[in-house]
Design a binder for this molecule. Structure first.
Ligand code: KG4
Ligand code: ZN
Length: 331
C-alpha cells in the first residue's frame, strides 16, 4: 500500500511517500527556520503563509523523488492534531483536495502518535515501550501499547523541553533554534560550573511531570544564586550546565517510569532527540534498550505520517472530508 503523508503542524512543510508503513520512497521537508529566526521562535502566521506557498511544490517534489505517479497512491494521510491551527489547516485542506481529486481515502493522523511511530520504521520494536517525545511543542513520557494507543505518564506543566532551550538561547542572543546552538556550545563547556536545581521535583501534578519554566528563569535571572565561583561565567559553561539540568530533569522521570512500569524499552522522538548529551546519557544505560530514530525522522516529517497511516488504512479507519483540526492533544 502506497501512502502520501503530509505534515504542516508547525514550521516544517513535510510530504513523504511510504509503502506498507515502512519503506520510505521519499521524505521531503522544507524548513522555515530562516523565516522564524529573526523572532527566535515560530511565528504562527508566518508558518501558515509559508505552508500555503510551499505545499504544492513540496508535494510534487515528494512524488518526483519517489518516482511515482500520484494515480498510484492508495491513500492521503495528514496530521490534523495537535499543532498550530492555522498551520494544520493548510495541510488538511490540501490533503482533502488531493484525496477528493484522486478519489482516494483520507487518513487523519495525530502528530504525537506519528512521532512515537517513527522509530518503528527503522527498527523492529515490540510493544509495549516507553515513548520519550521531546520537541519545541511537546514534552511527553508515554506508555505506548500499540501504534494507536498510548497513555501519557508525564508531561510538562509549563514550557516544552525544546522551547526552554529556544528561550534561553534567545535571551543570550545565541541563535535559533536554541537546542542546536546550546548543544554545540555545551560541547566546550563544564556542566558542573552551575548547579541548577530541579524546581519541579515536588510540584508536578504527577510523579513524572516536569517544569521547564523554573529552570529557564534560573538560567536567565538567577545565575548568581547557582553559579559555582570556581568556574568562569562563559557561554559554553552556562550552555553545558543548562543542557545537563534540562535533560537530567526528564531522565529522572523516565527512570521512575521504567521502575514503575517495568518496561525497559525506550523509544525517543522529537527534535530534542538530536541532543548529544541526551544520546550519550541514554546510550550509557546498558540496562535499557533505547531506540533513536535517525535524524531525518527525529524532527517533524511526512514519512512518520505516511508510515503510521498504513495501519489505519489497513483497518479501514478513514476520515471524512469534513475533517477538522485541533490545537491540543485531547481535542
Ligand atoms: O520536533 P521539532 O523539529 O519540531 C517541533 O517542535 O515539533 O523540534 C524542534 C525543537 C526546537 O525547540 C529545537 O531547539 C530543538 O527541537 N532541538 C534541540 C536540538 N536540535 C533541535 N534541542 C536540543 N538539542 C539539540 N541538538
Ligand atoms: Zn513534532
Amino acid at each position: 500500500m502506497r501512502i502520501v503523508g503530509i505534515e504542516t503542524s508547525c514550521d516544517e512543510c513535510g510530504v513523504a511517500v511510504v509503502e506498507d508503513g515502512r519503506r520510505i520512497l521519499s521524505n521531503v521537508v522544507a524548513t522555515q527556520i530562516e523565516f522564524h529566526k529573526p523572532y527566535s521562535g515560530v511565528v504562527p502566521e508566518i508558518a501558515s503563509r509559508k505552508h500555503v506557498e510551499w505545499i504544492a511544490d513540496v508535494y510534487l517534489k515528494a512524488l518526483d523523488e519517489a518516482g511515482v505517479a500520484q494515480e498510484s497512491l492508495d491513500a492521503v494521510a495528514v496530521v490534523n492534531r495537535p499543532g498550530l491551527v492555522g498551520a494544520l489547516v493548510v495541510g488538511v485542506a490540501f490533503a482533502k483536495a488531493l484525496a477528493y481529486g484522486l478519489g482516494k481515502p483520507l487518513v487523519a493522523v495525530d502528530h504525537i502518535k506519528a512521532h512515537l511511530y517513527a522509530p518503528l520504521m527503522e527498527f523492529d520494536i515490540p510493544y509495549p515501550f516507553l515513548g520519550l517525545l521531546l520537541s519545541g511543542g511537546h514534552t511527553v513520557i508515554a506508555e505506548v501499547r500499540s501504534y494507536d494507543e498510548f497513555r501519557v505518564l508525564g508531561t510538562t506543566i509549563d514550557d516544552a523541553c525544546g522551547e526552554a532551550f529556544d528561550k534561553v538561547a534567545k535571551h543570550y542572543g545565541w541563535g535559533y533554534p536554541g537546542g542546536v546552538v546550546i548543544d554545540r556550545l555545551a560541547r566546550k563547556g563544564i556542566p558542573e560550573a552551575c548547579a541548577f536545581p530541579d524546581p519541579s521535583l515536588h510540584k508536578g501534578r504527577h510523579r513524572y511531570d516536569v517544569s521547564y519554566s523554573g529552570l529557564k528563569t534560573a538560567a536567565i535571572h538567577q545565575l548568581d544564586q547557582f553559579w559555582n565561583p570556581e568556574y568562569p561565567r562563559t557561554d559554553e559553561n552556562l550552555a553545558a550546565a543548562f543542557q545537563k539540568a534540562a535533560i537530567d530533569m526528564i531522565l529522572r522521570r523516565l527512570e521512575l517510569a521504567v521502575e514503575d512500569t517495568g518496561i525497559r524499552r525506550i523509544v525517543v522522538g522529537g527534535g530534542v532527540a538530536a541532543n548529544s548529551y541526551l544520546r550519550n546519557a541514554l546510550g550509557a544505560r546498558s540496562d535499557w534498550h533505547v531506540f533513536f530514530p535517525s535524524l531525518p525522522l527525529c524532527g517533524d516529517n511526512g514519512a512518520m505520517v505516511a508510515g503510521i497511516a498504513y495501519h489505519y488504512a489497513r483497518e479501514g479507519k478513514f476520515a471524512a472530508l469534513d475533517l477538522d483540526v485541533h490545537a491540543r492533544v485531547e481535542a
